[in-house]
Every structure is written in C-alpha cells, then in structure tokens.
Ligand binder design. Structure first.
Ligand SMILES: [Zn+2]
Length: 401
C-alpha cells in the first residue's frame, strides 16, 4: 500500500472514534478523545516517537535531535457531525513523513502535536490546545462549563491533564525552529485552480458582532404600513448591505449566520431582530473599514425606520501572516514535487497556527478537498493529493536539514 493510502486508511479508522454511533463528534477531554489518543499515540510510537501528553491534554510525539525543535501537527478534536480529515490529516500525515526519516539523521528535534481542542465545541472558547502551547491559556477558562454543567478543570483532570499546571504546556520560543501544519483547504480555491496543494500566505483576521434592531411589535392586521417600526424589515435591509459592502471590497467575506426574531408569530410585526455578524479579510485595515461601513449602514437604516440599533462587538482576531522564510521553503518543495509553481492562498478559516505564531514562525500547506466541503461528513480528499502533500512535507524537512 502507498503511504498516502495508509494515511487515508488511518484517517478512516480515526474517523470511527466518536462520542456518538451515527456521526463523528470528538470533543475536548472526552472518552472518545482518550480512545483517539490510544490510536494516534500507538501510530506515533510505531514511528519511533516518544509519546507524552501535556497538562492541557495535547498529545505530543517527539523525535529527539540536537538543537531546536520543529513542531508539526494539527488538531484531533472535531465539530459535530464532522468529516474525517479536518485536523487529523495534518497529524497523521506528519507521522507518515517522520516514518520516512526513520533512518535519516536530522539536525533538529521534531515534535508532532495533536492539539486537544481547536474547534471549541465543548466549551465556549476555541484553540484551547494551541493556546496552552503558546502560553495564552487563560486560567479563568478552567471554570467554564459544558452543556452538562461539567467544569473544564474537572473534565481535564478526568482526562489525565493537570489544570493546576497548564502553564507547563507553554513552549519557549527560543527552543522552536518553527511550526508547520498540513490541513485540508476547507474551501474551493485549489480545486478551481486545479492544484493538489497550496501554500498559505495569511490566516485571515476576523471580527464578530451581535447586531440587534429593536422596533415595536404590533398587530399584523391593524397597524398601517406607514406606522410600523418593523425590526425584521430593518434587519433584511441591513443584511443585503452586508452582502454588498463585502462585495465592494475585494477579498472581504461577511456573513450573517444566525437571526432571531421576536415575538416570532405570523400575525405579529417583529419587534426584535437579533443577528450575528462575521467579517474576515487578510488585511486588518480593510476588515476594519468594512466594519465601519456596516455600522454606518446599520445606523442609517435604523434612523430611517425609526428603530433602535444595538451593536455588540464580540471581539476580533488580527490576520496572521505565515513566515516568509518557511513559506518560501514550502513553495520550493511544492515546485520540486509537482513541477509547477506553487499556488498561494489565504486561509479564511482560523487554525492552530494563529496561536502557534505567538511562539514560532509558522507555515501551512493546504490540501485540495472535494468541492471545498468541510465541517461535514462528506469531506473528501484524493489519495494522489495526499501523496503530493507527503512528498512536499518530506522535502520541506529535508530542506530545513
Ligand atoms: Zn481544522
């Protein structure tokens, strides 16, 4: 069997390790995650790695070497009803590549990290695993509770981690050579460009907000059209503005993903319309300009319709550029493998690299996925594309050596 085929087989095996029988769900510090660690830890040992878990519950496989440490990896948790490649592919591919270096010397140590939580499904915070490694784990998170009322500290302790020693999971930047992650693209760009893999230039920044129009509920039959303060009509007008503002600024993506209407009845004029807003761009400046425009539009619509506007900023993350040096090495490895100049693209999704960039230079290699589908059991990658990714990562390591 080819290495790529065995990587796909391992992704399939790991994809069967779930909290639920009918769909793939693997959240932070659950028994399913423990079972996944047994499996992946075994593969790491078979590749000659020394396996341990850090205080935050990340799985770490280490190959000793002189000098600094190159970190490879991705996350082992999943969303609800997930596909089998988002996260695990990066860990399993890294193990397969280190197997190829079994009897070859490297002038640095390598660690493969399977991050314990990236998706943030169990607790209302994401990137728990890489936050700990980056020294950005907020102790207050340990008090957060899951849907069953289990505090994170208790879940982590049951899992075998050590909530009192989270700080020990943090890595010293001085000891790190860099971080490189293989991940499915989760979008259609590589497929459209006809490329098996691509080198990530930037992980886009994000702004989140909750936007609410407050009008006045009333009788759908008795209040004339010119006397209404319809919150949902205001929201509808603004949602179209979200779309057109994003389209005007190239590379901007803006989404209203959720809307709640109150009271929510056929015969009542909506009094409240509450929406989520998610805006992303590779340029922090462009993203902030888009947000300013969207706010101005919301204020204009609210004033014209005599409804109130409540804009609740829910935080932002800055765009994270990948390392020019590591990116160039990765690009050279792609060209040497495929014979074509590498495709470069931004990541619209957040990744562990965002946190790892706090302690190391980062690089990311995207693998084409079928129709760009992700966070969905239909996620699929081609064996030939995985083979390219493995060869690229092998060349990248050889080049660093
Ligand atoms: Zn992922």
């Amino acid at each position: 069997m080819s290495t790529a085929a065995s990587v796909l087989e391992r992704c399939a095996a790991l994809g069967r390790v779930s909290e639920e029988p009918e769909r793939l769900v693997r959240r932070y510090a659950t028994p399913a995650m423990r079972e996944a660690y047994e499996l992946v830890g075994g593969w790491m040992r078979d590749a000659g790695l020394a396996v341990r878990e850090d205080a935050a519950g990340n799985l770490v496989g280490r190959r000793d070497g002189p000098g600094k440490t190159l970190v490879l990896g991705s996350h082992l948790d999943t969303v609800i009803d997930a596909g089998r490649y988002d996260g695990p592919l990066g860990v399993i591919a890294a193990i397969a590549v280190l197997e190829r270096f079994w009897d070859r010397a490297l002038p640095f140590a390598v660690e493969i990290v399977g991050f314990a939580d990236e998706e943030g499904v169990r607790y209302p915070t994401s990137f728990l695993g890489s936050s700990a490694v980056a020294g950005r784990f907020a102790p207050a998170w340990l008090e957060l509770e899951d849907a069953d009322g289990v505090a994170m500290a208790d879940a982590l302790r049951d899992f075998g981690g050590d909530p009192d020693a989270i700080g020990s999971a943090a890595r010293d930047p001085a000891g790190l050579l860099g971080y490189c992650e293989v991940h499915i693209e989760q979008g259609p760009v590589l497929e459209r460009r006809g490329a098996p893999v691509g080198v990530v230039t930037t992980i886009t920044g994000q702004t989140h907000a909750e936007v609410c129009f407050l009008g006045e509920a009333g009788h759908a039959g008795t209040v004339p059209m010119n006397a209404r303060r319809d919150a949902l009509a205001a929201a509808a007008e603004w949602m179209l503005a979200v779309e057109s503002v994003a389209r005007r600024r190239q590379g901007t993506v803006a989404t209203v993903g959720k809307i709640q209407v109150e009271p929510g009845a056929r015969n009542v004029i909506p009094g409240v319309a509450r929406m989520t807003l998610d805006v992303r761009h590779t340029s922090n400046a462009v993203r902030r300009e888009a947000i300013a425009d969207l706010r101005a539009e919301a204020q204009r619509i609210a004033a014209a319709r005599e409804v109130e506007l409540d804009w609740d900023a829910r935080g932002e993350t800055a765009a994270v550029p990948t390392s020019p040096d590591l990116g160039l090495r990765l690009a050279d490895a792609v060209e040497a493998t495929t014979g074509h100049p590498p495709e470069r693209l931004a990541s619209g999704a957040g990744h562990d690299g965002v946190l790892m960039a706090e302690v190391a230079e980062i690089a990311m290699l995207f693998v084409r996925c079928e129709r760009g589908i992700s966070h969905n059991p239909a996620e699929a990658v081609a064996e030939a594309d995985v083979a390219v990714a493995l060869d690229v990562l092998e060349r990248f390591l050889g080049d660093l050596a």
